[in-house]
Each structure stands twice: as structure tokens, then as C-alpha cells.
Design a binder for this molecule. Structure first.
Ligand SMILES: [Zn+2]
Length: 337
């Protein structure tokens, strides 16, 4: 849209008075469309954007853009979650990659021999392509960073989020999922009104006018919906068994983790290991005296260790029980509402 990433063709459809319009309105609007959580939301958002662009006098641009990417199926499936599969986001590059793969290049022979007759192509080349892309390439291994607790512990921003996180305020249950506050909404209670606004947005219902269109995406970004699923068999880390937390947010679809899914996935381990590592060790070189003192502290500490571990386990069990109880209570509360 900005004319830099291969979409410069759109420049000729803009009205000449609005030179910086692409950066101020056009590009953010296209990002809003990509950031829609559902098809219904995408449709409503496109109508709001239409109003905005028409008011700005960009009717010609809207007609060209909407003909290609809003009303033209299947080219209108490009909001981030349209595949329904985390890790599978809409992207043009795989097709381009496939092209290269088929034709080959200087250092790699292509799957298909080019410039052959129709009969040979149908009988020889196409079966080769199908064989190559199906039988030879099944079962890709997938890593899910959400399963790796080190991703949480080594991420300073996540640890800051965790330090401020309060299970009784920043999380509640609804429809067999956990609703979790985003980084920017910590300590703001997840009220039934907020949940309703988010659900409305997901269903493509938006009551404000088009000037506030970004609020529709924001209301969904503010509350992450985390749910449990079975760990997929294609996960590269085979020693993982059990359940995996999956979120509905953009980051989860793009990177297979987000702070909210990490915090639910590792909630019991974080209680034990979280605060310890959050403090972190300083990288400053220590003097001999300091090292001696540290060694003494370690020796003293190991004597207390047994006592401490028992205490930690007690606290851990208590937190887990509390959490379970809290989830049940919250579920009941929400049902009563
Ligand atoms: Zn998320």
C-alpha cells in the first residue's frame, strides 16, 4: 500500500491532493483488515473502511481495492486467522517459493521440466509435481514455543508482565476458555461489558461510527481467549505429552506463543521458578571477597534448602488448588450473570 512493498500500482488510483494519505489512513486500514479475528469482523471492518475512504474522496482507490481483495473470493481470505490453524497465516510467499521450486534455479534443478508439450506435461511432469509435494513432503515437524518454559523465563518483558499479573483480576473463565488480560490492560477487571464488546466485535457487530473503527480490533486484542488443545502429533518435541494452550490472538497465529498462553501453560512451574529468575544475576565481575561471601551464603543456603523446598511445594500445591477453586467460582459467577 505504501508503494514500497510491490504495491506501488495503487498509487495511480489515489486522488492527487492526498499524498500522505496512504501512510496515515490506507496502510493502517489494510493492517486493521489483516488484524480481524473472524470473517464477520472482516466484512464489518471493510464496510467501515469504505465509509472512511469515500469520505476522504478515495472512491476510485476503494473500487479497485475492494474488487480485488474484499469481494473477490478466494483473494479475500487474508485476515490473520482465516486458516483456523495457529502457525498458518495468509501469505503470498509460499506460492512464490513453490514457483521457484518447480522451475528451479542456477544451483537447483526444478521439480518440473519446463517447455514440454501438453501431453508430456500432463503425463509426466504433473504427476512428478504431485508426488514431490505430497508423498515426499508429508509430516513436517512443528515447534510450538508456547510449550517451552525457557521462552517465558528468558523473556524480560514477559517476566515483567508475569510480575504484575494477578490471577484473580486478570483472568476469568468463559465458554470452556480462559479470558486473559493483555499487557496493556493488566489490573483492569474483565467485566461482562468488556466481554460483550469483544464478543460483538468477533461477531462483526460494531455500534460506534467508522472513525473509531480501530476500537473493534482493539477490543479483541485486549482480551486473549486461551483454550486447551491436545498437543499436535507433528510437534517436533516428542517428549511433550498432554495439553497445549492455544490463543486466538495474532501473535499466537504468527509465532505460536503469546504472553497470555505462556502464563496459562506454565502457571504452576512459574510459581516455583518465575520470581527466582526474574531477579536475574548481574553481569558485573565479582571481587574475591564477594565470591567468598557468596560461597558462604550458598553453604548456609543449602542447609536451609530442605526446609525451603518443602515450603515451596506446599505453596505451589496451595496456589494450584486456589486456582482450580477460583476457576470454578468464576465459572459459576459468569453462569449466574
Ligand atoms: Zn494471545
Amino acid at each position: 500500500m505504501d508503494g514500497k512493498d510491490g504495491n506501488g500500482g495503487y498509487f495511480r488510483y489515489r486522488s492527487s491532493q492526498n499524498k500522505e494519505w496512504f501512510l496515515r489512513v490506507g496502510e493502517p486500514d489494510v493492517r486493521l483488515l489483516y488484524g480481524c479475528y473472524t470473517k464477520a469482523m472482516f466484512v464489518t471492518m471493510s464496510l467501515l473502511i469504505k465509509q472512511a475512504w469515500l469520505q476522504d474522496g478515495e472512491e476510485r482507490l476503494w473500487l479497485v481495492f475492494s474488487d480485488s481483495y474484499i469481494y473477490n473470493s478466494p483473494f479475500n481470505n487474508w485476515y490473520f486467522s482465516c486458516s483456523g490453524i495457529p502457525g498458518c497465516v495468509p501469505d503470498n510467499n509460499p506460492t512464490e517459493n513453490c514457483n521457484l521450486d518447480l522451475k528451479g534455479h542456477a544451483s537447483m534443478e526444478g521439480v518440473v521440466s519446463m517447455r514440454r508439450g501438453f501431453q508430456e506435461t500432463v503425463q509426466l511432469e504433473l504427476p512428478k509435481m504431485i508426488h514431490n509435494h505430497s508423498s515426499l513432503r508429508i509430516c513436517p515437524r512443528r515447534e510450538f514455543p508456547v510449550l517451552n518454559i525457557n521462552n517465558a523465563l528468558s523473556n524480560e518483558c514477559f517476566m515483567q508482565y508475569y510480575a504484575l499479573f494477578d490471577w484473580t483480576v486478570d483472568c476469568c473463565t468463559s465458554d470452556h476458555s480462559l479470558l486473559v488480560n493483555s499487557e496493556h490492560r493488566l489490573s483492569q477487571p474483565i467485566t461482562p461489558e468488556r466481554i460483550q464488546t469483544m464478543r460483538n466485535s468477533l461477531n462483526g457487530v460494531f455500534e460506534d461510527d467508522f472513525t473509531k473503527r480501530s476500537d473493534m480490533v482493539q477490543s479483541c486484542k485486549d482480551i486473549h481467549i486461551v483454550r486447551y488443545t491436545q498437543i499436535p502429533e507433528t510437534n517436533g518435541n516428542h517428549h511433550h505429552l498432554g495439553m497445549m494452550c492455544v490463543c486466538n490472538c495474532v501473535q499466537f497465529f504468527e509465532q505460536q506463543y503469546c504472553y497470555q498462553s505462556l502464563i496459562v501453560q506454565h502457571r504452576s512451574e512459574l510459581v516455583l521458578r518465575g520470581t527466582k529468575i526474574a531477579g536475574g544475576s548481574t553481569k558485573k565481575k565479582k571481587t574475591k571477597k564477594e565470591l567468598e561471601r557468596m560461597n558462604m551464603m550458598v553453604a548456609l543456603d543449602s542447609r536451609r534448602k530442605y526446609k525451603k523446598t518443602t515450603k515451596e511445594i506446599e505453596r505451589h500445591t496451595k496456589t494450584n488448588n486456589d486456582l482450580q477453586k477460583m476457576i470454578q467460582e468464576k465459572e459459576q459467577e459468569l453462569q449466574d450473570i
